[in-house]
Structures are given as structure tokens and as C-alpha cells.
Design a protein. Structure first.
Length: 82
């Protein structure tokens, strides 16, 4: 008998723009599981950040996502539709 694998697509639950950026980076550059896990670790820092964009870029950099990759990925709104 042939074995089959069930594939469950990741669908974002977007509460705000930060969630959207995290999901877009996860889908576009970093791999969903690793990227989401890393951002969850930093969630308190994100909540307290006075410069949210700087903090998001800092965390993305920690995931080896360059400034150019960050900008390109966040500009690609198709990532939210798939």
C-alpha cells in the first residue's frame, strides 16, 4: 500500500501589521517554522519597541535576512494571498 502524507498549508492569523510582516518574512525568506519561532522569542521586545520597523529588521537580520531581502519580501503582498 502506498503511503501518503497530509500537507496542511500555513494560513496566517493576522491581528496587526507586525503579524503580516512576520508571516511574509517566514514565507518569503526564512522558512515558516524557524522564522515564526524566532519572532515569538522576541515578542516582548517587539511589544516594547519604540521603533518597530528597526526592531523587525534587527530580528530579521538575526535570521540572516538582509535589508534588501526584507524590503523585497515585505513589498510582495502576494505572500499574504497564498
Amino acid at each position: 500500500m502506498e503511503s501518503r502524507k497530509l500537507q496542511i498549508p500555513h494560513k496566517p492569523f493576522l491581528r496587526n501589521s507586525v503579524d503580516a510582516v512576520i508571516f511574509m518574512l517566514a514565507k518569503g525568506e526564512g522558512g515558516v517554522d524557524e522564522t515564526v519561532k524566532r519572532f515569538i522569542v522576541w515578542m516582548d521586545d517587539l511589544a516594547a519597541a519604540t521603533d518597530l520597523q528597526f526592531k523587525l529588521r534587527e530580528i530579521a537580520s538575526d535570521l540572516n535576512i538582509t535589508e534588501a531581502q526584507f524590503d523585497r519580501t515585505v513589498a510582495d503582498h502576494r505572500l499574504l494571498m497564498n
